[in-house]
Design a protein around this ligand. Structure first.
Ligand SMILES: NC(=O)c1ccc[n+]([C@@H]2O[C@H](COP(=O)([O-])OP(=O)(O)OC[C@H]3O[C@@H](n4cnc5c(N)ncnc54)[C@H](O)[C@@H]3O)[C@@H](O)[C@H]2O)c1
Length: 257
């Protein structure tokens, strides 16, 4: 579908799991090479076993400046350019206002905001070496709607990602930057935030009745839009904030039941 992806070098943070992994699969099917910095070493190994040699997993915490610099050095040495940067890795959990600590603040802002910024800063010189460079940042519907109780730190960090994207689109000449706000997508994210899988499934069963599209999303729903935004067909799309949520924001359901 996208012949230009055959020679593309793509970095997707957090592509050992969920949306990042689903997107890596789609890019690799189109012939691209995907480098995935992630902290989940086991997940990276599993993904590499499934996706083959065009999936390069790298253990790397995107909030660690030194590690991100080393990752950029690796990509420079191996490929000399970067075509697409997808900032997808994030951390999130619920934190009641009364109990919020400094540690909770950094838990979210270090990865979701600082990590996104470090990745952009370090990969900019490599993006400039591409003929069609673009950045896709993954925010959340929570950036614009109060999705859950106790969700300020995650949702405000995601709002910063959204705002950062607009500034990137304005400041960077010749590199497009766009942002996706996913709605409910079935990934391990909610279990990572501390919920049992059985609880998550009960929530999904209630929520999907109220999503206008009639179902919870899958990683490829987001991945397909990331591929479009990275392609030549999106050459004039810059600074866009796109909800990919089955209609949640406009017509649907927001709260945790
Ligand atoms: N799943 C949803 O319903 C949903 C909704 C809105 C937004 N999002 C956003 O989509 C993106 C992907 O989430 P997902 O649902 O696929 O979650 P996921 O938990 O399946 O994947 C997140 C990945 O990020 C990695 N990661 C975490 N911290 C990292 C760090 N410091 N450095 C490198 N990697 C790190 C994790 O190891 C994991 O592999 C996130 O930005 C998330 O906030 C997801």
């Amino acid at each position: 579908m996208y012949p230009e992806f055959k020679d593309f070098v793509v970095v997707i943070s957090g592509a050992a799991s969920g949306i990042g992994l689903g997107t890596a699969r789609l890019f690799i099917e189109e012939g691209a090479t995907v480098i995935s910095p992630d902290i989940d070493e086991e997940g990276l190994k599993k993904a590499a076993a499934e996706l083959g040699e065009r999936y390069i997993g790298k253990v790397c915490d995107v909030s660690n400046a030194e590690k991100v610099r080393a990752l950029a050095d690796f990509v420079r040495g191996e490929f000399g350019k970067l075509d697409v940067l997808v900032n997808n890795a994030a951390t999130g959990r619920l934190t009641p206002v009364e109990a919020m600590t400094e540690e909770d603040f950094y838990y979210h802002y270090e990865v979701d905001v600082k990590g996104t910024m470090l990745m952009v800063t370090n990969f900019l010189p490599l993006l400039k070496a591409s003929s069609n460079p673009s950045i896709v940042n993954i925010s959340s519907g929570a950036a614009v709607v109060e999705f859950f109780d106790h969700h300020f730190l995650y949702s405000s960090a995601k709002a910063a990602v959204l705002k950062y994207t607009k500034h990137l689109a304005r400041d960077l000449k010749g590199i497009r930057a766009n942002c996706i706000m996913p709605g409910w997508v079935d990934t391990p994210i909610y279990e990572r935030a501390g919920f049992e899988r059985s609880v998550v499934e009960q929530v999904y069963a209630k929520v999907e009745l109220q999503i206008p599209a009639g179902r919870i999303g899958v990683p490829e729903d987001i991945g397909n839009v990331i591929l479009f935004l990275s392609s030549e067909k999106a050459a004039y799309v810059n600074g866009a904030i796109i909800a990919v949520d089955g209609g949640c924001i406009t017509g649907g359901y927001w709260g945790f039941p």
